[in-house]
Design a protein around this ligand. Structure first.
Ligand code: ACM
Length: 668
């Protein structure tokens, strides 16, 4: 007992909420005070990128401690922070760049060492998360950190095709990515609904394919440089041969059926596809790629390759004849031929091809990287064939799952059957932010803070999997991201102001504490969204993973753990459930002035039902009321019903009530 007490006493109080967790952290004794005298120096290698990185960190610290710092990023031996970097690192950062660093904080100073500048940037990101405060001011806790990523490819896909994502949104996304050590922006730049890049060689691409919403070449150069400054690679995706309608608005001659074409407004999978049988197609693509490689220095290039419908190929007599003449029995074989041609073009420009897992076909060119999206199995399949792969299937942020769902997925889960050599082909993964249901106003709320969970999965050791600890650290991360310019924290209140025309919308605010958007598929089906659908409804204001869901579930777990005797928990839960029963009348009262509040009625009524049910469960489990026979199975069945879409919302309070009911009994 005494030993245990001593151990507990030695545990440092509330260590800083680092996210992603470093590989090795040893908390020490003491505090490094930070005030206006704090300085930073580099003691070895120095370049502009390192200097700017240090200056950014100092600026962020300065904002926190709210006094100007004396100096920034000087060179020399001393300083509060001394950064010692051995080399510039790779000229064009690749997945094999060394991102490791060591960070030591003692009351006398902080020492950051790294083999390459990118590692120092990662260490600076950690240092910013170490800042804590007490009554005497701000400090960094003493600590020794040795860190390096588990996976070299840690990315997020941003779909700028379906809704344009303006440069300032990309910039703030890059800030957030750097904070959680993500290192790849996979930029989906062309879609049926929009072609988003200025082409000087083929100007009708952006002039006719984008509604005037595209990145100029100068903007692209600036954003690529902005990313590189933060140790983030930019992998462009120009999706082909399908998902390509917007190309053909200006250049219908490269499609497999005669035009004319118009920008697609609906979402889904559509017939237009490049004609893979004509030399003119490859000449066009080679000229286009030649122009674009001048803008995107990364050694990887994403060709898309997903969801090719085949309709245009099946209906074009010349393509049918071409397939017969070349012995291509299927459209997959024809697409493989197209990919082989593309791969050769890319190789001539020093680029490796990346594609969605449909390209994992016979004759896939060696060196191709396969992005597993239809399921996790393609990752293993690629690895067994000796192909590098990245995982995305569990990380579709647009599907509106919880942070914990995303967190517990793993590219190489414990028990993976890949050999160590095969496992080396698993480069990492990317979260995907497809843009059917996001625009510049809402995208931050769909990316953050859930993207932090994916970032930790890809950076931190495999056994870092404690969900409660993840949520404990996601809270502070979310506020850090807001300080960096991301807009997710204020999102719900801002969207509700837009929706109601009122400064305060307390009823809807409270409703959205316990109601999340339905999934991507449900929303598509129920609302029949198109590119022209305004994204200004209650579903857009809702948070994908409301904080209250986990908090309420934790409270319910405490009550269960106390055998329903914890009076404080009992009181809190009863009060919350009772409040839910008032929602229908409260939402109805809004309707005369706020017609869009009607979107909340199904969820309001379902929450009221859930609240009544939860109070019954408490009565039964405390013994206040005798429980009817079979109540647990019946209650789980009612919860399954309440868990269905309620309009465009889904209740976030179900988990807590399930916790109170207890596990389902196994079916007889
Ligand atoms: C995809 O989601 N179509 C790659």
């Amino acid at each position: 007992m005494l030993i245990l007490a001593a151990l507990l006493a030695a545990t440092p109080p509330a260590p800083a909420p680092l996210l992603p967790l470093p590989r090795e952290v040893r908390w020490g004794e003491g505090r490094l005070r930070l005030d206006s005298t704090a300085t930073a120096t580099t003691s070895a290698f120095h370049d502009g990128r390192l200097g700017r990185g240090i200056a950014r960190t100092l600026a962020h610290l300065e904002q926190r401690i709210a006094v100007p710092l004396a100096d920034s990023a000087g060179r020399g031996a001393g300083g509060t922070l001394v950064v010692t970097v051995a080399s510039v690192g790779q000229r064009v950062q690749g997945p094999d760049e060394d991102e490791s660093y060591t960070l030591d904080v003692t009351p006398a100073g902080a020492r950051l060492t790294a083999p390459a500048v990118v590692g120092a940037l990662r260490g600076l990101a950690t240092l910013e998360q170490l800042l804590l405060a007490d009554s005497a001011g701000f400090y960094l806790p003493a600590v020794h950190i040795e860190d390096a990523p588990r996976f070299p490819w840690r990315g997020v896909l941003i779909d700028a095709g379906r809704h344009f994502v303006p440069p300032e949104v990309i910039r703030r996304t890059l800030e957030g990515m750097a904070a959680v050590k993500l290192n790849v922006l996979h930029w989906h730049l062309s879609e049926d609904q929009g072609f988003r890049v200025e082409s000087k060689r083929f100007p009708k691409l952006h002039q006719l394919g984008s509604d005037g919403q595209y990145y100029t070449q100068q903007e692209l150069r600036d954003l690529v440089a902005y990313a590189a400054d933060r140790g983030i690679r930019v992998v462009p995706e120009f999706d082909m041969p399908g998902h390509s309608t917007s190309w053909f608005v200006g250049y219908p001659e490269h499609a497999s059926a005669p035009g004319p074409y118009a920008i697609e407004r609906r979402f889904g999978v559509f017939p237009p596809a490049f004609d893979p049988t004509r030399e003119s197609t490859y000449l066009f693509l080679e000229q286009f790629i030649t122009e674009m490689t001048g803008l995107f220095p990364d050694r990887y290039w994403h060709i898309g390759g997903d969801e090719v419908m085949g309709k245009q190929w099946n209906e074009n007599p010349r393509i049918i004849e071409y397939k017969r003449a070349h012995g291509f029995r299927t459209n997959e074989a024809l697409q493989a031929h197209f990919n082989q041609r593309l791969s050769k073009i890319l190789a001539r420009h020093g680029r490796r091809m990346v594609g969605w897992d449909e390209i994992l076909h016979e004759g896939i060119p060696a060196g191709t990287v396969v992005q597993s999206w239809r399921g996790t199995e393609y990752l293993g399949r690629a690895a067994r064939q000796g192909l590098d792969g990245i995982l995305s299937a569990p990380w579709y942020l647009d599907h509106i799952r919880t942070a914990e769902d995303h967190y517990l997925a793993d590219p190489l889960p414990a028990g993976s059957t890949l050999t160590p050599d095969e496992a080396k082909h698993v480069l990492g993964g990317e979260a995907c932010m497809w843009a059917e249901h996001v625009n510049p106003e809402t995208i931050d709320s769909r990316l953050w803070p859930r993207l932090g969970a994916v970032a930790e999965r890809l950076w931190s050791p495999q056994d870092v999997r404690d969900v409660a600890d993840l949520y404990r650290r996601l809270g502070p991360l979310s506020l850090q991201l807001e300080r960096l310019g991301l807009t997710h924290e204020g999102h719900t209140a801002r969207l509700l102001r837009r929706l109601t025309g009122q400064r305060e919308s307390p009823v809807l605010e409270r409703l959205l504490e316990y109601a999340a958007p339905v999934s991507f598929g449900e929303r598509s089906r129920i609302q029949q969204t198109t590119q022209l659908t305004p994204l200004t409804r209650l579903v857009d204001a809702a948070r994908p993973d409301p904080w209250a869901r986990v908090a309420l579930r934790a409270r319910a777990a405490e009550l269960v753990a106390s055998d329903f005797r914890d009076q404080a928990a009992l009181h809190d839960l009863r009060a919350t459930f009772a409040r839910w029963t008032a929602f229908p009348a409260e939402v109805e009262a809004l309707l005369p002035t706020t017609p869009l509040a009607a979107d909340g009625l199904p969820a309001a009524r379902a929450l009221a039902d859930l609240g009544r049910l939860a109070q019954e469960v408490i009565d039964w489990r405390t013994g206040a009321v005798v429980a009817p026979d079979g109540w647990q199975a019946a209650t789980h069945a009612r919860l399954d019903e309440l868990n269905k879409p309620q309009g465009l919302l889904r209740l976030a309070g179900i988990d807590a009530v399930r916790t109170l009911v207890g596990p389902r009994s196994p079916s007889p």
